[in-house]
Design a protein around this ligand. Sequence first.
Ligand code: 13P
Length: 338
Amino acid sequence: MSVQDLNAIARQMVAKGKGILAADESTGTIKKRFDTIDVESTEDTRRAYRELLFTTEGAEKYISGVILYDETLRQSASDGRRLADILKEKGILPGIKVDMGAKDLAFAPGEKVTEGLDGLRERLAEYVTLGAKFTKWRAVISISKHGKPSDYCLDANAHALARYAALAQEAGLVPIVEPEILMDGDHSIERSAVVTEKTLRRVFAALYDHRVSLEGMVLKPNMVLSGYDAPERAGVEEVAKATVETFLRAVPAAVPGIVFLSGGQTEEESTAHLNAMNRLGPLPWELSFSYGRALQASALQAWRGNPDNVAAAQAAYLHRAHMNSLARSGEYDPSMEK
Ligand code: 13P
């Protein structure tokens, strides 16, 4: 596949007014989400929940792609159609999480490196046959007062992200490159900005070294926030300004789009932040969303595993998708919340 073809898919992923649903929770993570609504996590409950999301009528107006977990890409809906085909029929691109999770980094207490490179070429080839159009790999970076993140951790993760991205492009799949800096801790927004810029610079240096085409990828970063336990947390305008300034310094304009993760923000916070950033435009890249929790929290609460609640859960998901779609062009207002 040519760079032009990869670029066309990347641009479809960040099309105006649209964003990406991250529904690629691993079996461990979805269990944690289901625990909050007292639903047992089984292959069947996971299928029912994902089917509910993917069959939501009208979601395709706001959602360009969905990131799936391996199990989901292979699963079929109650009517026998493959879940990935349901998305395709709506014009939504199926994507696949291909990393094997963040593991302890040797000789770096409290730091992680993401695994999953061994055998990745073969797994990507299979994902192509299963209909995937793009992929995701998440690196996890922590901030502490002293020592974290270490240069060692940043370089190990940048290297893995770049090797992954090159293999994805070789297979004809658009890589979502996700270096997530966790906002746990009491650090200031200024510290978030410094660490985010340093991380992004290292990631883009590695991508260049590994011959990755920036035109054929999508970046999925954290927003620049105050730590969740910081004594005085920055407000919406300050977050928008710090995030956009950081990305203008560190993300080349050749990247078609930046899709933010929500990372533990509430649904309304993550929408307000995205909206405020898009009001600071024009910007060199599309600024969009690839939320997991911030697109699903209300839907999950509305569902609670009860088939009678499917319509209410779909309405909650559609509402969040709509609000975030408006935030893509700075047209969201908190008074639009129900
Ligand atoms: P959140 O939006 O819940 O952070 O999830 C996005 C994601 O895909 C993290 O890898």
